[in-house]
Design a protein around this ligand. Structure first.
Ligand code: GLU
Length: 514
């Protein structure tokens, strides 16, 4: 059957979208785009107890940030709305009625206390063919009693009637075909009169059908629900159009031992949410990838490879390339370790691809935070400074550590380097260097460099000691980009000023070896 591919991302707004959910959304998106299909956002908010204010907006904002766009959804609209389950009560009521009328579901009045009593009495109690005959439900009570109880306002649930002795086949595009016995399933609750809302199972199946979903791509934690979903499709007479299942591997802790949790992020210092989240109840703040300085393209690339590979060693892929290459064949069955160090590497890689001008723009707020007015330096200066150090950064904020000396003279000098490179004779040699530099009409690095080299060699000075002493005065430590690139950008005046200040302020504690 050649149906238009239609997939849905169906989060419950119970908090910020976890990184595993983001990966699920991403794989849905890649698959939909690859097939020219539709991507739908459905808000599954039928569990009123777990509703968290702000969660739905958060989901929209977070996915928009990494470039996932929906064709249909609460905001986007579309032909199969509403796309919010709490606004579809009438629809679910109708479909629950259909199952009841067809004898495929029944009404149960058992109170929580009665169910608890069964649990303590019967080992491994579950509500199924072996027990439903002794419970208080429409299968055991006379019809007029059932009606009387309902009219009297007694709370009830509707349960799905699972026939025992059936083989239920779940066909998963990653895991292949799995057959399970219907006997292990219980008569799941589909609807609760108390809040006039369906449960996840009923709403999910009805909506997947009505929204013409062709592929259900979701986390592995939903795999146990799949047999019930197959039976529900069958009970409604929809088996012909049942979507294919794709259950994605779990995201594991970085060491592979167990499921990734929010606490792992706190413990190991990486975000598990795309955007910072402030818990409306406690006010607690959880870190976000965006606020931590990740580029959305890097996050997408990193997430795409957690559970999928392109079949070769290619690692760096844009969204368009991912759309082209994605396939379920190369999705793994086993869990994917959350290698967050790799995430940093991706960010590093994507930062290198940005034009220096853009990196400079991103750096300006960091400069301001550190008390530097970017206007005092100008765009070209900042751009060139950033270009020289960007190879050493994973995040935009790292630029400050690497490039601060371009914007502020050293306040102190690395003591170890001073000990190693600064001798009693150094001030005199630095004095000579100042005179030499002052005399240069052209301060271009490639012009000044051979002049300084000649001066060092013709005087028989120690190249390493002189150059490092020079660097100490300008940078404050013995690292950084090529010395004559630095001085070219800083200019003669500032270079000379720093050498003189260094000579004044550097006093080695001991007499070092020359
Ligand atoms: N509402 C479920 C969730 O929160 C959807 C699971 C599914 O995709 O079927 O993940």
């Amino acid at each position: 059957m050649n149906r238009e591919v239609r997939v849905r991302f169906a989060p419950s707004p119970t908090g910020p979208l976890h990184i595993g959910g983001v990966r699920t959304a991403l794989y849905n998106y890649l698959f939909a785009r690859q097939h020219g299909g539709k991507m739908i956002l459905r808000i599954e908010d039928t569990d009123s107890q777990r509703f968290v204010p702000g969660a739905e907006d958060y989901i929209n904002e977070a996915l928009a940030w990494i470039g996932i766009k929906f064709d249909e959804g609460v905001r986007e609209g579309g032909p199969y709305g509403s796309y919010k389950q709490s606004e579809r009560r009438d629809i679910y009521r109708e479909y629950v009625g259909k199952l009841l009328d067809a004898g495929k579901a029944y009404i149960a009045f058992d109170t929580p206390e009665e169910l608890e009593a069964c649990r303590s009495e019967i080992p491994n109690f579950q509500y199924d063919a072996s027990t439903r005959g002794r419970m208080r439900n429409s299968l055991t009570l006379p019809a007029d009693e059932v009606k009387r109880l309902i009219d009297a306002g007694e709370k009830y649930v509707v349960r799905f009637l699972v026939e025992p002795g059936r083989d239920v086949e779940v066909n998963d595009l990653i895991r292949g075909k799995v057959t399970i016995k219907s006997d292990i399933l219980d008569d799941k609750v589909l609807y609760k009169s108390a809040d006039d809302l369906p449960t996840y199972h009923l709403a999910n199946i009805v909506d997947d059908h009505l929204m013409k979903i062709t592929h259900v791509i979701r986390g592995e934690e939903w795999l146990p629900s799949a047999p019930l979903h197959v039976l529900l499709y069958e009970a409604f007479g929809w088996s012909d159009t049942q979507p294919d299942f794709v259950h994605l591997p779990l995201l594991l802790k970085p060491d592979g031992k167990g499921k990734l949790s929010k606490r792992d992020g706190d413990r190991l210092g990486f975000p598990v949410f795309l955007l910072e989240w402030k818990d409306p109840a406690t006010g607690a703040i959880s870190a976000g990838y965006r606020e931590s300085g990740y580029l959305p393209e890097a996050v997408v690339n990193f997430l795409a490879l957690l559970g999928w590979n392109p079949g070769d060693d290619t690692e760096v892929m844009s969204m368009d390339e991912l759309i082209e290459k994605f396939s379920f064949e190369h999705c793994s069955r086993s869990g994917a370790k959350f290698a967050y160090e790799k995430g940093k590497w991706f960010n590093h890689t994507y930062l290198q691809q940005l034009p220096d001008e853009q990196l400079a723009e991103l750096f300006k707020p960091v400069l301001i935070e550190n008390g530097i007015n970017p206007d005092n330096f100008g765009d070209e200066y900042i751009t060139r400074a950033v270009g020289m150090v960007k190879g050493r950064i994973n995040f935009v904020k790292d630029l400050w550590e690497q490039a601060r000396f371009f914007f502020t003279a050293p306040e102190s000098y690395d003591a170890k380097a001073v000990k190693k490179r600064w001798s009693a004779d150094t001030p005199r040699i630095m004095g000579e260097l100042v005179e030499l530099l002052k005399a240069q009409p052209d301060f271009t690095g490639s012009v000044v460099e051979p002049v300084v080299m000649d001066w060092i060699t013709s005087n028989g000075y120690h190249m390493g000691n002189v150059m490092n002493a020079f660097r100490l005065t300008v940078v404050g430590e013995c690292k950084g980009p090529h010395m004559f690139d630095i001085t070219e950008l800083m200019g003669k005046e500032e270079t000379v000023r720093r050498i003189l200040t260094g000579v004044e302020r550097i006093h080695p504690a001991d007499e070092p070896a020359v």
